[in-house]
Ligand binder design. Structure first.
Ligand code: NDP
Ligand code: BG6
Length: 496
């Protein structure tokens, strides 16, 4: 397997925007610093803003200094690889300006025509840019590969996702398209596959015979910050559930691929997503809870409610919290509920998966034994904790819950890649394993569509105070089957 990126030119559309200076350029900088990008690469920023190369370099330099504390020769050397071209991104004719720039950059950096286009613009341009590139032959692979990374959101619902695919597929083939979901770039999400498929210990238990239910939590303590305008049109369902959390669910539930490569991995992901039990309107009443945070005081500080956030209409019914009970209609998972919840302004930032195992068939001891569970912490403090009962020292046979803990930091090497670093590198190597394929994206929308329709027609939003674990109705949702949500806490003690 290749370690370094292919020689190539990365063209970032929307280069004057937030994602470019906060995530993409820092990711490329780090890859450069640790030697995973050779000297044979250049970055051409493209947007409407009227910068020249020097202005763009200076902006990116400042962003890197702020977020990376980058200084010295490496920073100078990296910035020399950055270039900028202003165009009207809606005007096909204007894309002609890219041709001499790209020709010169490919020659200067000996990048053989390899070009990675990154769409980091508002989604309204995701269909436009491929067409404009194609109008100038910038999509053809006669000289070097051409790949297209498409940021989320990929569509707004099932119809728009399909339409966008049709639009892009007119000019780029599926093997050239890399739909990014940064959750798939997280080490701990990938570790799920290794945990499941490289151990004989877990897989035999990983099914309806031994697992009682699964919880997936994607909690955030922040509110919508300055993204109220975007978020209000999206909500927790589109922002977190449809993409990130369904991808995580697929990693928990998929069948083992024969080998790990882009096709077999993504075949299994799509297969399990297609098995999600479609929720009908009458089931949704009992399977779904939507919430919206209200003002509160957290650690002595006043916190705004969602309706008071900048860019949010005062009568908005957008959900900032959702909890849903999903089921998977297949042999492995029949009858096992997957409870998934996500929300803003919850008490902690934590993403975790909890596998709850069934209890013993017969109660040998008089009191109730502790549950057996496996807690997979995706972030922060990445870890795996196995919980089970052991005898409390002393007289009798009282069981107490104990845990066996593994901290991911104990394995981590200094060159551990962040999600964007890993995914950018994979795209530059031509490895699409961790990118969402069109059938999986459609399966996610297909599952979510009835929820979106239900939400639009008769949305019932429950309030929850900022800083709490969501509306009490979410507790009732899971309590219907005698269960309770885990309240995640700092279960791992930092090593000193
Ligand atoms: P921005 O809103 O900052 O937009 C990026 C650039 O696109 C702007 O600098 C602007 O450049 C251009 N642009 C903005 N509005 C328009 C418009 N109406 N018509 C044409 N061009 C426009 O977006 P982000 O950088 O925050 O995000 C880019 C994409 O990535 C979005 O689709 C977003 O959903 C996605 N994303 C962003 C994340 C983030 O953390 N920011 C996280 C995950 C996904 P100019 O005016 O110079 O042309
Ligand atoms: C983004 C969402 O895709 O993911 C944000 O748009 C959310 O609203 C973010 O905050 C969460 O990502 P992470 O990596 O911080 O869990």
């Amino acid at each position: 397997m290749k370690i370094e990126a292919d020689n190539n030119c990365i063209v970032i559309f929307g280069a004057s925007g937030d994602l470019t200076h906060r995530k993409l350029i820092p990711a490329l900088y780090h890859l450069y610093k640790i030697g995973r990008l050779t000297e044979h690469f250049s970055v051409l920023g493209v947007a409407r803003s009227n910068f020249d190369d020097e202005t763009f370099r200076e902006k990116m330099r400042q962003a890197l200094i702020q977020c990376e504390e980058a200084t010295g020769e490496t920073l100078d050397a990296f910035c020399q690889h950055l270039y900028y071209q202003s165009i009207n991104t809606f005007e096909a004719e204007d894309y002609a300006k890219l041709i001499p720039r790209l020709t010169a950059l490919h020659q200067q950096y000996e990048t053989e025509g390899n070009t990675l286009y990154y769409l980091s613009t508002p989604p309204s341009l995701y269909g436009v840019i491929p067409e404009c590139l194609a109008a100038h032959g910038l999509n053809t692979e006669e000289q070097g590969w051409k790949r297209l990374i498409v940021e989320k959101p990929f569509g707004y619902d099932i119809e728009t996702a399909r339409a966008l695919d049709i639009q892009i597929h007119r000019f780029f083939e599926e093997h050239q398209i890399y739909r990014i979901d940064h959750y798939l770039g997280k080490e701990t999400v990938q570790n799920l596959l290794v945990l499941r498929f490289s151990n004989g210990l877990f897989e035999p238990l990983w099914n309806r015979n031994f697992i009682d239910y699964v919880e997936i939590t994607g909690a955030e303590s922040i509110g919508v910050e300055d993204r109220g305008g975007y978020y209000d049109g999206s909500g927790a369902m589109r922002d977190m559930f449809q993409n990130h959390l369904l991808q995580v669910l697929a990693m928990v539930a998929m069948e083992p691929p024969a080998i790990i490569n882009a096709d077999s991995m993504r075949d299994e992901v799509a297969k399990v997503l297609h098995c999600l039990h479609p929720l009908k309107a009458d089931e949704l009443e009992n399977h779904l809870v939507l919430g919206q945070y209200t003002a509160s005081v957290i650690d002595g500080e006043e916190v705004k409610g969602y309706l008071q956030e900048k860019g949010v209409p005062a009568d908005s019914t957008t959900e900032t919290y959702m909890a849903v009970r999903c089921e998977i209609d297949n042999w492995r998972w029949a009858g096992v509920p997957f409870y998934v919840r996500t929300g803003k302004r919850l008490p902690a930032r934590v993403t975790e998966i909890v596998i709850h195992f069934k209890t013993t068939p017969h109660p040998v001891f008089s009191q109730k034994a502790p549950e057996n569970k496996l807690i997979i912490r995706i972030q922060p403090d990445e870890s795996i904790s196995m919980r089970f009962g052991l005898k409390k020292p002393g007289a009798g046979f009282e069981a107490k819950e104990v845990s066996m803990d593994f901290r991911y930091a104990d394995l981590a090497s200094p060159s551990l890649l962040t999600a964007y670093e890993r995914l950018l590198l994979d795209a530059m190597k031509g490895d699409a394993t961790l990118f969402a394929r069109t059938d999986a994206v459609h399966a996610c929308w297909q599952f979510v569509q009835p929820i979106l329709d239900y939400k639009a027609e008769r949305s019932r939003i429950y309030e929850y105070e900022a800083g709490t674990w969501g509306p009490s109705e979410a507790d009732k949702l899971i309590a219907k089957q005698g269960r309770v949500w885990r309240k995640p806490s700092g279960f791992m003690k930092k090593k000193v």
